[in-house]
Design a protein around this ligand. Structure first.
Ligand code: WT7
Length: 638
């Protein structure tokens, strides 16, 4: 496959960028020509951030799986699409050519049809990182069902909220999952989540760990049995559903600043064009390369850069079931060596944790196949950047620091590997089609270099979030109401004199823990469920590995209780309500929380204390200024 839209030089980047701003419709029409459409669009773009309404490739008809699979079959049927590396390095790896993947997707799409699933139905996928996860997602897309993948680390309650919110009628899961040394009982979690759930009529269960599980009659069926049944009834062929460019492709839940996660909606045409375009350009992918994005498909990074972007580009993509430290901290380097990986795309938190394990894990591992390194999910600190550059890239691989979000579907600000310059800790320049602006708190645009403020985007790109599932008003409020006629990212940033952007972190009440977004309100709600808790406030504090850790200030009903035990109980409660990823790293019991006279918690002060910064500023206007010193004292004793 050739990529006529691949930018090859810095001059070309500038020229493409200029065109993308001056005439976005012509620019994106030209790129979209490189995909396979059943029917071309009538109009490239209609938009109004005030409404908000955004539509790309209007009237266009397509199916994304015909772009991920069918169109590669003429020339690349035998090319490897997916390389799957199991959690346990001694288990047999699996791989799928484009033809094999196509066949599997068609078969499973027929399973879904045979179970009554049709275009527009919502399907919840709760699976480990096994090839069947990719197959299930693509099978949904093939028949126009909307997938909602939930990361395997979420609890039954979190899962149920997501299933209810999307009104899913079918769930795809497995008996269990392997994660490092642990076995996780995914089916048990699904069973708990589905207690009292009315919408789900069918659960398809893949056998992965062979652990005994309950199978509820009339509801639960085995993956393998269903494949055989569908083959008998429908056969092997599966005609793809014709989708409108703006038909929903998937929902992916992410945290916002309120207690309830929001269902980010992406649609078909724009998502396909945007993820493929950004994949090919950012990583400078060339068709013979092996791409290894370490993200789980439960997150947007997995959706866009493990699955859809690479497959649309006809790439070979690695799916890794395990974790970077199992069986030891050399696992990534084993995989790079084994598959001769060209592109490695991972998160700063993984880099920092491997950095802490030392360089001995590189011994005897051949990393010379690596051409490009990528970073995603959180700001990468200078030390981790250089460690990555020196030890992994051996100072010969460009590092792309890619800023984007679940809502943007794909990479927004990043250098292009080896084409535009990198600058440690800077995401650098916007991709063509992305028009960032920095505004102050009042929404005034800050022009020029050496400025810092809130990061907004003033023009739509094809991958922009289209809705919050079932809650368009929240969609408007979250992204388009803070600053008039701008998409607000929720991030703070600065711009240097060369126009390079450096993202400094969230400015709203969202934490970024190990590259995962967690809302403070969500964690507080969970803590407050504990019977002993009166009130709580959650803030971030700098954490050497996770980037940000979770610091919870908690008021208990009675302070005489065994503190350590209560802390453990609170952690258990949060695990039950959200999942282990949201467990506070630190819990400090306090008598009161600093509040304004109107009763609002002063998080600014709590953040300072959590950061061990004694300069809490003027506290005289507080309702209860005396409490600040007491909390500071308590923090010092922790
Ligand atoms: C938030 C989005 C991007 C996909 C995975 C996370 C932070 C992301 C960077 C980066 C600094 C970054 C931002 C953003 N973030 N990439 N390269 N440098 N910060 O997606 O869960 O939607 O989180 O991650 O704060 O808003 P997400």
């Amino acid at each position: 496959m050739a990529y006529p839209y691949q930018i090859k030089s810095e001059e070309q980047y500038k020229e493409h960028y200029k065109r993308s701003v001056e005439n976005p419709e012509a620019f994106w029409a030209e790129i979209a020509e490189n995909f396979s459409w059943r029917k071309k669009w009538n109009k490239v773009l209609e938009w109004d951030f005030r409404k908000p309404k955004i539509e790309w490739f209007i009237g266009g008809k397509l199916n994304i799986t015909e772009n991920c699979l069918d169109r590669h079959l003429t020339e690349n049927a035998n090319k490897t699409a997916i390389l799957w590396e199991p959690n346990n390095p001694h288990e047999k790896a699996r791989s799928f050519t484009y033809k094999e993947l196509f066949d599997e997707v068609c078969l499973f799409a027929n399973v879904l049809r045979n179970n009554g699933i049709k275009k527009g139905d919502r399907v919840c996928i709760y699976l480990p990182m096994v090839p069947e996860l990719s197959i299930a997602m693509l099978a949904c897309a093939r028949i126009g069902a909307i997938h909602s993948v939930v990361f395997g680390g979420f609890s039954a309650i979190a899962l149920r909220d997501r299933i209810d919110d999307a009104g899913c009628s079918l769930v795809i899961t497995s008996d269990g999952a392997y994660r490092g040394e642990k076995q996780i009982s995914m089916k048990d979690t699904i069973d708990d989540a589905l207690l009292g759930c009315e919408s789900v009529k069918r659960v398809i269960v893949l056998s992965r760990t062979n652990k005994p599980i309950s199978m509820i009659g009339g509801r639960d069926v085995w993956w393998d049995d269903e494949i055989k049944a569908a083959q008998n009834i429908i056969g092997d062929k599966c005609e793809a559903e014709e989708m409108d460019a703006e038909d929903m492709l998937f929902i992916l839940y992410t945290s916002g600043s309120t207690g309830k996660p929001k269902g980010v909606v992406h649609t078909t045409g724009g998502y396909m064009v945007w993820t493929t375009y950004t994949f090919v350009n950012t990583f400078q992918y060339s068709p013979d390369q092996i791409h290894f994005c370490t993200a789980d498909l439960g997150w947007i990074t997995g959706h866009s850069y493990t699955l859809y972007g690479p497959l649309c580009a006809g790439a070979t993509t690695i799916m890794f079931e395990g974790i970077p430290t199992y069986p030891d901290a050399g696992r990534f380097w084993d995989i790079v060596d084994k598959y001769k990986v060209d592109i490695l795309y991972t998160a700063p938190t993984a880099i920092r944790s491997l950095m802490a394990s030392g360089v001995s894990w590189f011994e005897g591992k051949d990393l010379s196949s690596l051409k490009v390194l990528g970073s995603v999910g959180e700001p990468i600190n200078e030390e981790a950047w250089h460690w990555y550059d020196e030890n992994v890239g051996k100072k010969k691989c460009p590092i792309v620091d890619t800023w984007w979000q679940t809502e943007t579907a794909g990479i927004m600000i990043s250098n292009l590997a080896g084409v535009t310059p990198s600058k440690p800790t800077f995401a650098t320049l916007p991709l063509p089609g992305v028009q960032p602006v920095i505004v102050d708190d009042k929404g005034n645009e800050l022009a020029g270099g050496d400025v810092s403020g809130n990061l907004c985007i003033k023009f739509p790109w094809p991958g922009i979030v289209r809705d919050n599932y079932g809650n368009t008003e929240r969609y408007r409020q979250s992204y388009f109401s803070t600053y008039e006629n701008l998409y607000f990212s929720g991030d703070g940033c600065l711009r240097d004199n060369d126009g390079n952007y450096r993202i400094t972190g969230r400015v709203d009440d969202v934490l970024n823990v190990s590259g995962h977004r967690i809302g403070t309100a969500e964690v507080e709600n969970a803590i407050n469920m504990h019977t002993g808790v009166v009130e709580s406030a959650v803030v971030a504090f700098p954490h050497a590995i996770k980037g940000e850790g979770i610091y919870a200030y908690v008021i208990l009903k009675g302070m005489h209780i065994d503190e350590d035990h209560t802390k453990k109980d609170i952690n258990e409660t949060v695990s039950r309500i959200i999942g282990a990823i949201a467990k506070p790293d630190k819990i400090q019991f306090v008598k009161e929380l600093p509040k304004t006279r109107s009763g609002k918690i002063m998080r600014r002060i709590l953040r300072k204390i959590a950061e061990k910064n004694d300069d809490t500023g003027d506290t005289s206007t507080l309702l209860n200024p005396g409490i600040v010193d007491e909390i500071k004292q308590g923090a010092r004793n922790m």
